[in-house]
Design a protein around this ligand. Structure first.
Ligand code: DGJ
Length: 365
């Protein structure tokens, strides 16, 4: 007994990141926190993610959202399921719904931990396209489910030209992916379609700015356009101030950070669970204009984001302007086998750059 405890302790200590390999928690079990995000709170990092199960159904939520804690980013202790799916079939988060890309932020005004995530109602595929929110008094949970939304119901984006507030004749009949259809998307065809029921929210992240304003950044308009929606001061609702980024650009998996007063965003294209080429953007204001900087990845497999898809960008504590790119290597046939690709973000002048590293540690910063 003593021997096995000692052995597992010795094996579980790590002092480096090995992207794509099994990352074991302090119990020796592969970490189960996919599509995740990390916060730093009172000397501890907390990593929240989708708790996947085995087999094809493992991408639906059968347990909920998991949490791991760490003092050093290498060694993670399992804190359990902090938002549990419910057995009540009438619950929006009933077992078997889809819960993706949870992100937690701390609200200084209310002292609450606020979790946002992408929610799809059970047995409705990806049609509900809702943003959902849960709240906790502690970073370790339990999080209490509050509500889900289609954001920005009945509200036009900022700077939306009056001439685009009504449909142009025949636009609904345009053939998908033709130049005319893409132009109609850019001009807000799907914003108009969803105006009354609220805008779609699928892949998402939450960003808290230096002035404590927070934003939900979400794939909307059938994943064709990203939306940035400002959250209210308690981070539980929307202020109705929102904008569109890269209309018709087909971006998923947004991850964002701020360096020297400039906002940077890394996204992916849209190919389901298959990897594709990442994109990057920068802007002087959260409200844009967002300038496209192209693929941040370089070297072998750069066109497939090293077989991964972005989920979050983590500022490293105690280091100024140093960031870790966090991504998922999905395994849709057996989702619990999905692994994690974390890489340091370097810069080539004003462009973020990601190089593959087989193994690395925080000394690179
Ligand atoms: C890609 C998204 O980024 C994932 O979060 C997930 O929604 C899959 N698509 C589903 O195919």
């Amino acid at each position: 007994m003593v021997l096995s405890l000692t052995t597992s302790f010795v094996f579980s200590q790590s002092n480096s990141f090995i992207p794509g390999k099994q990352w074991k928690d302090t119990d020796g079990v592969h970490i189960n926190a996919h599509g995740g995000g990390v916060i730093y709170d009172n000397g501890t990092y907390y990593w929240y993610g989708e708790y996947k199960t085995s087999g094809r159904s493992g991408n639906t939520s059968l347990q909920g959202i998991s949490c791991y804690s760490s003092k050093d980013l290498y060694n993670w202790e399992n804190e359990g399921i902090v938002l549990k799916v419910e057995n009540d079939l009438n619950s929006e988060i009933t077992k078997g719904c889809i819960i993706e890309r949870p992100k937690v932020v701390f609200n200084k005004k209310t002292g609450k931990y606020i979790m946002w995530f992408h929610l799809e109602l059970k047995n409705q595929g990806y049609n509900a396209a809702r943003a959902a929110v849960a709240v906790s008094d502690s970073p370790k949970g339990p999080f209490v489910y509050k509500k889900s939304f289609r954001p920005n119901k009945g509200v036009w984006p900022m700077d939306f030209d009056d001439k685009f507030k009504s449909a142009s004749i025949g636009e609904n009949r345009l053939k998908s992916w033709t130049p005319e259809w893409l132009e109609a998307i850019k001009n807000g065809m799907l914003v108009r379609r969803d105006f009354d029921k609220g805008q779609m929210s699928r892949d998402m992240t939450v960003f808290v700015d230096d002035n404590d304003k927070a934003y939900l950044i979400h794939s909307s308009e059938d994943n064709l356009t990203l939306h940035i929606s400002e959250l209210t001061d308690d981070y539980l609702d929307f202020t109705e101030k929102w904008t569109r980024v890269a209309p018709a650009g087909h971006n998923e998996a947004p991850a964002i950070f701020k360096k020297n007063g400039i906002y940077y965003m890394i996204t992916s294209g849209c190919t389901g669970w298959d990897p594709n080429e990442a994109r990057s953007f920068r802007s002087k204001s959260i409200w844009g204009p967002w300038e496209s900087l192209g693929n941040p990845c370089v070297g072998r497999d750069a066109e497939l984001t090293f077989y991964s898809q972005s989920t979050y960008i983590l500022p490293v504590q105690g280091k100024i302007d140093q960031f870790i790119f966090m991504a998922d290597r999905w395994k849709p046939d057996n989702p619990i086998d999905g692994s994690y690709i974390w890489l340091p973000i370097k810069f080539d002048k004003e462009k973020p750059v990601l190089n593959w590293l087989g193994t690395w540690n925080l000394d690179v910063f």
